[in-house]
Design a binder for this molecule. Structure first.
Ligand code: F6R
Length: 613
């Protein structure tokens, strides 16, 4: 789960740009993928590698990445899997003769065997990483073949696991070699230069023309050419067929004056939600997805983290609006659910990045049993959409902050619409109900805008007290439960406040034992009279034990009088609870983190795209 970038410049472009700056600035845009150490290699007169432990800006101050000269360079920002974060384990890694430098995102399952074999042939290793076997393998094959590309391909074929790899060498000073399996990699095509990167925002300042590299391709870029082969067939790939133009603008991938990406992305939600709704209303693939779901014997839905909370939302709305039971499970737990699945079933995989390994594994395992796959993703052509039968895209734009915000609200609005269409197709939803929900869905962008306007100040005020608490509960019922879980996840990961979420009814069966004077309990109160009545009882129970109750509910809710603090959100159909009620919880977490002096964009130990199991 690291970020990698490579830049190959013609001598003309090279005169006007510093390679170190291009690589460093690209890495800054990939830092959300990992930030415990980083490094850069350039080919100047010879191979030069600079790397170390720490965040990019600190390292640049120490090592001057930006000052590196040359026409070809690669860089890496790391989220450690094998080997602690330190200077030696930072990438790039080199072979014994300092002839091949490699950056890698992924995990090599057979590195121990490969390392032993290479050591027995005299190779000396410097680090504890799995990656270091790659340059040594290339070195080993190069002794035999004298051909860099052949040696690189042989080395790649020997690897088991996941990888996006870039390699540079003074033996071929105007090329960057690449290979990919299960970890993302794109080519950015330019005039007088070509780039490689883990994600599109890293190349956007230079080009919008990209090729999403597919699994088992290996190739190279030069300043004027991009070449790839399918390793399975040995045939060249016609890359022009895969080139496409990215619609995002660079400002969408930048902070635009906000202090953090997370806050910017929270405030982008009116547009993101509106565009997702417009996209869904026009998307013919929704009809295909609905057909699959109507005919499905069993419907499963999965995801990880925030995407799992969106999945749970569909499990509730699919059942309530369409009368179709939907089994939700966390993607890393897929093998528990696999034995019950087979032909005739459908699995929906929710993943903003489309690259999460746990979700990809679940997809592959279910597909292997003949299950039809519908995916919901924010990244076109990413791994999960590519392997799905039907993909529905959210239109959130790039999400850089590590904590998911706008991708959750866009996932849930899209899935709510899918549930409505399913209910309509099954004949479960009467036209009056349908009109009411569709009314809320089509005005969802406005609802989000109003929620932001109404709740920002109060969330900021409450953040200061919640940031001082060591623990909190987030409780709700029914459609509010995934939202409460999402609120707890946000404050945990961003502000490091220990928060647990329960269906409120369950809180009596143990969790209430922890509640004492001033213990914060956040109640998510959906706009549903029955659920609200039940929650009023739960609020009373918690308050009777001294809890400090914070309610998030529709303006005029009966809970207003009961709780210590009430955050009013616009009154909308209950199915839109994630759209209205999540936003103050995102802001609460954001401001609590800022209050504690933490960087909400880069929470410790986390990476945005988790491409390891
Ligand atoms: C939480 C968060 C993560 C992701 C999870 C799945 O704020 O961002 O929990 O939701 O890693 O990622 P995707 O949706 O890319 O599969």
């Amino acid at each position: 789960m690291c970020g990698i970038i490579g830049a190959c410049l013609s001598s003309h472009v090279c005169r006007n740009f510093v390679i170190g700056e291009i690589v460093f600035n690209g890495l800054l845009r990939l830092e959300y993928r990992g930030y415990d150490s980083a490094g850069v290699a350039v080919i100047g007169d010879k191979l030069l590698v600079k790397k170390g432990k720490g965040k990019l800006s600190e390292l640049d101050a120490r090592l001057d990445f930006k000052g590196l000269r040359g026409c070809v360079g690669i860089g890496h920002t790391r989220w450690a899997t094998h080997g602690v974060p330190n200077d030696v384990n930072a990438h790039p890694h080199v072979d014994c003769r300092n002839a091949f430098a490699v950056v890698h995102n992924g995990v090599l399952e057979n590195f121990v065997e490969l390392k032993r074999m290479l050591q027995s042939r005299g190779h000396v290793f410097a680090s504890d990483t799995d990656t270091e076997v790659i340059p040594h393998l290339v070195e080993e094959y190069y002794y035999r073949t004298g051909d860099v590309f052949k040696s690189f391909k042989e080395a790649v074929k020997a690897l088991k696991g996941t990888y996006a790899i870039l390699l540079v060498t003074p033996l071929e000073p105007f090329k960057i070699f690449f290979a990919k399996k299960d970890s993302p990699l794109i080519i950015g095509l330019g005039e007088g230069f070509n780039l490689l990167a883990s994600d599109i925002p890293a190349v956007l300042p230079h080009t919008r023309k990209v090729v999403v590299i597919r699994d088992n391709w290996a190739g190279f870029i030069t300043p004027s050419e991009a070449y790839a082969e399918d390793l399975a067939s040995g045939e060249p790939v016609e890359l022009v067929k895969y080139a496409r133009t990215v619609e995002w603008s660079i400002s969408e991938a930048e902070k635009s004056g906000y202090p953090h990406f997370m806050l910017k992305e929270i405030y982008e939600q009116p547009r993101a939600v509106m565009e997702t709704v417009y996209g869904a209303l026009r998307d013919r693939l929704i009809t295909q997805a609905v057909e699959l779901l109507v005919n499905a014997e069993k419907v499963y839905i999965t995801g990880a983290g925030t995407s799992f909370h969106a999945a749970e939302h569909f499990s509730i709305t699919g059942t309530r609006l369409a009368g179709k039971p939907v089994i939700s499970f966390i993607s890393s737990e897929y093998d528990t659910f696999l034995p019950g699945a087979g032909e005739g079933d459908v699995l929906i995989v929710v993943s903003q990045s489309g690259e999460t390994m746990d979700s990809l594994k679940a997809l592959r395992a279910f597909k292997g049993r003949g299950v039809k796959i519908i995916s919901v993703s924010n990244v076109i052509d990413s791994a999960i959409p590519r392997e799905s039968h039907v993909t529905l895209y959210t239109r959130a734009g790039p999400e850089i902050g590590v904590a998911a915000t706008k991708t959750f609200t866009t996932q849930t609005i899209l899935l709510t619409y899918l549930a409505v269409r399913l209910g309509e197709a099954i004949g479960q939803l009467d036209s009056g109900d349908k009109e009411k929900i569709l009314g809320s869905i089509t005005s969802a962008g406005e609802l989000v805008k109003k929620t932001l306007e109404d709740t920002g100040g109060l969330a900021r005020k409450l953040a200061s007290s919640i940031s001082r608490s060591s623990s909190a509960y987030y409780l709700s019922r029914g459609v509010g439960v995934p939202v409460a879980k999402e609120g707890a996840l946000k404050i945990k990961e961003i502000a490091y406040v220990h928060a647990e979420s329960y269906p409120a009814g369950e809180s009596k069966h143990g969790p209430i034992a922890l509640v004492e004077s001033s213990f914060p309990v956040v109640f998510v109160i959906p706009n549903d009279s029955y659920l609200e009545t039940l929650l009023l009882g739960n609020i009373e129970e918690m308050k009777a034990r001294g809890a400090y109750a914070i309610g998030v509910g529709a303006e005029g809710s009966r809970a207003m009088e009961l709780v210590n603090e009430f955050i009013p959100v616009p009154r909308a159909h209950w199915a839109l609870t994630p759209i209205t009620h999540t936003i103050p919880l995102q802001l609460l977490a954001y401001y609590a983190a800022v209050e504690k002096g933490l960087d909400p964009d880069k929470p410790r130990n986390l990476a945005k795209t988790v491409t390891v199991e």
